[in-house]
Design a protein around this ligand. Structure first.
Ligand code: VTB
Length: 327
């Protein structure tokens, strides 16, 4: 094989999440979630539309939280090939952003048209995610205890050495109790389980596994990132109500089916970018200073597995002269 290097769309996606983070970062600690969401969405839409692609939003957050959103089915890009599916989470962690807490990030992913899982009516999903070393041993149908044993075993560690990241929700009381009984340590997060999943595959993050129920859109985004980083994720859809279950069944969904990483995103040709909005374990938040701002981002490509960390300095007074958005 001696292919010419091809376009890495993740490099272009970084500008999308940078724009969203630069806009939304202004709302840190200001207690105004809708305004922060709107700023992030506007920034994303503007830059996504400038990318040479024929994109359709498959994962557009906002329905569950009734936030301003990029609509499912919305077409973005210049309209020229490649044909792609788009997943966005303009702010993963709107709550922490609005109160100035850690780990709010902006994320976006692309995959070939038809490759991303469409969650239909299901907004929640049970998940387990790990980094490369434990890729082959997880099983969402086994107990948390069993999974922790297998992960520790394949890594040559004890369960006591593992750290599990779990969303801090009442629905996780039993999960937390079981993980404690098993002997593992826990990092509870207020929001942001895309970042939580990413951390499992990030060397030195100190996080080994993500467990629990989070958003389905976040599950697809996490799958795109983990495909590129060589981790693994499994999920199972959770119906909130009988009605949701019935509607889902009518549309052909099976809540008993284990969704593999391949079901969540069926192509290795994925691109993922994230930019920190508030300081976090993976990425620094946006830092504004006289006439400028600094952002910290990741650009991942599935096909090559390249992980880029991109620190950018933005000259806001210059951007103000040319951009439709005031940062
Ligand atoms: C998570 C988290 C998101 O949704 O997926 C979560 O990563 C799950 O839903 O930041 P609940 O908040 O209803 O528990 C978010 O919090 C975004 O809404």
């Amino acid at each position: 094989m001696n292919e010419q290097p091809t376009r890495n769309l993740a490099m272009e996606l970084v500008r999308v999440t940078e724009a969203a983070a630069l806009s939304a970062g202004r709302f840190m600690g200001r207690g105004d979630k809708p305004a922060a969401d709107k700023a992030a969405v506007d920034g994303m839409r503007l830059v996504l539309n400038a990318i040479e692609m024929d994109g359709v939003i498959v994962i557009g957050e906002g329905e569950k939280d009734e936030a301003p959103m990029l609509f499912n089915g919305e077409r973005l890009g210049t309209g020229a090939p490649p044909l792609v599916d788009i997943a966005v989470d303009p702010i993963d962690g709107t709550r922490p952003l609005s109160t100035g807490l850690h780990n709010a990030i902006s994320t976006v992913a692309l995959a070939p048209r038809g490759a991303m899982f469409n969650p239909g009516p299901f907004v929640y999903m049970s998940k387990i995610a790990v980094g490369p070393e434990a890729c082959d041993v997880i099983d969402i149908e086994a107990s948390p205890t069993e999974n922790l044993k297998r992960i520790a075993n394949v890594r040559g560690e004890e369960v006591e050495d593992l750290v599990v990241v779990i969303l801090d929700r009442p629905r996780h009381t039993e999960l937390i109790a079981e993980v404690r009984r098993a002997g593992a340590r826990i990092r509870l997060i207020p929001d942001g389980d895309v970042a939580g999943a990413l951390m499992t595959a990030w060397p030195d993050s100190g996080i080994d596994v993500l467990m629990g129920i989070g958003g389905t859109p976040e599950g697809v985004l996490a799958a795109c990132a983990l495909r590129a980083m060589g981790g693994n994720i499994q999920g199972k859809l959770i119906a909130r109500t009988e009605d949701e279950l019935r509607r889902g069944r009518e549309m052909g969904y099976d809540v008993n089916k284990v969704l593999s990483m391949d079901d969540l995103v069926s192509s290795e040709d994925v691109y993922f970018a994230a930019t920190g909005i508030t300081n976090g374990d993976l990425l620094r938040g946006v830092d504004y200073f006289s006439h400028g701002a600094r952002t910290d981002s990741l650009a991942l490509r599935g096909r090559t597995g390249t992980v880029r960390e991109i620190i950018a300095t933005h000259r806001l007074e210059k951007l103000d002269r040319i951009s439709r958005i005031h940062y």
